[in-house]
Design a protein around this ligand. Structure first.
Ligand code: R5P
Length: 293
């Protein structure tokens, strides 16, 4: 079946790159709003008879993106797409993976239920901590890709004499694997989160950081408090330069200002359009996606 890539409003550039890598046609879902705020969508090309790879990330406006994506997938099918693979480079709502408080909404399951309109979903480094795999919440085929190979390549090319730091236990999935492939030392720290903006980070296994370049790797940077907590320890321990590399740069609120006080450079992938990757400080995931659709 011939393939065609469609870009949603949150991932146009990335979708174009994927189409180029797959050497297949590119179309867009044009978005506008009705005067009352409802989303208005229109395809700029026909998807008839094709297998569509529809790309739309879940940030910076997750709710808007979710509605846009559900409507777009249904529209692509209505207009003749044979199959729609939904690539959501940053998948929203995965962090609400339990009832944190009494009578809470567990949104990861509801989000997965809503995305049943697609034939398959693919994401990158989805926040899978309390579930074993996306298959636990999705009823359609769901694939979670890791960006570790592209992060490793970036670090190898840009930084020397480094130590890899994971700022909390969950980050071992990135930190340990990347350090193994680079053949460098790694230390995964302990984090206690008291609130969105208050975290305590501790180093339990001491290591010598004097004169070393430190690369802190994590899946997500939101408020930046996790990275800052780790960077403060690294600075106290005499690290030469401190870099932060993450997959999904959400950069909420004043996070970038806060990070700039402690971190020499922040880099993220292009799963989300952010202030950081607009400045060309990005790690491209289009090849990773193209190889897996
Ligand atoms: C948590 O488990 C994640 O891996 C990140 O460490 C976390 O989401 C980062 O959040 P923030 O930047 O707000 O500290």
């Amino acid at each position: 079946m011939p393939k065609m890539v469609f870009g949603g409003s949150y991932s146009k550039e990335l979708a174009k790159k994927i189409a180029k890598k797959l050497r297949c046609p590119y179309g867009e879902v044009i978005k506008d709003y009705f005067p009352d705020g409802e989303t208005r969508l229109k395809l700029n090309k026909s998807p008839k008879g094709k297998q569509i790879i529809y790309v739309n990330s879940g940030n910076p406006n997750p709710n808007d993106s979710l509605i846009e994506s559900i409507f777009s997938i249904k529209t692509l099918k209505e207009h003749g797409a044979k199959k729609v693979i939904f690539v959501v480079p940053y998948m929203y709502y995965l962090r609400q993976d339990k009832h944190f408080e009494k009578l809470d909404c567990q949104s990861n399951k509801i989000m997965a239920e809503l995305l049943k309109v697609a034939d398959k979903v693919i994401t990158i480094d989805g926040h899978i901590h309390r579930i074993k795999s996306l298959k636990d919440i999705f009823k359609i085929p769901a694939k979670n890709l890791t960006s570790n190979p592209v992060l490793t390549e970036y670090i190898k090319k840009h930084y020397k004499n480094e130590v890899i730091i994971g700022p909390d236990w969950e980050s071992y999935q990135w930190a340990e694997d990347i350090a193994k492939h680079l053949g460098v030392k790694v230390n995964v720290l302990k984090k206690t989160r008291y609130s969105s903006h208050k975290v305590k980070v501790e180093m339990r296994t001491k290591m010598d950081l004097k004169g070393k370049n430190v690369v802190i790797v994590d899946d997500v940077i939101s408020t930046g408090r996790t990275i800052v907590g780790a960077a403060r320890i690294m600075k106290r321990m005499g690290a030469k330069k401190i870099y932060a590399v993450c997959v999904h740069g959400l950069f909420a609120e004043d996070s970038l200002k806060h990070l700039s006080k402690y971190v020499d450079k922040v880099v993220c992938t292009n799963t989300i359009i952010s202030k950081v990757n607009k400045k060309n400080r990005k790690i491209d995931v289009s090849g990773l996606i193209a190889e897996n659709v």
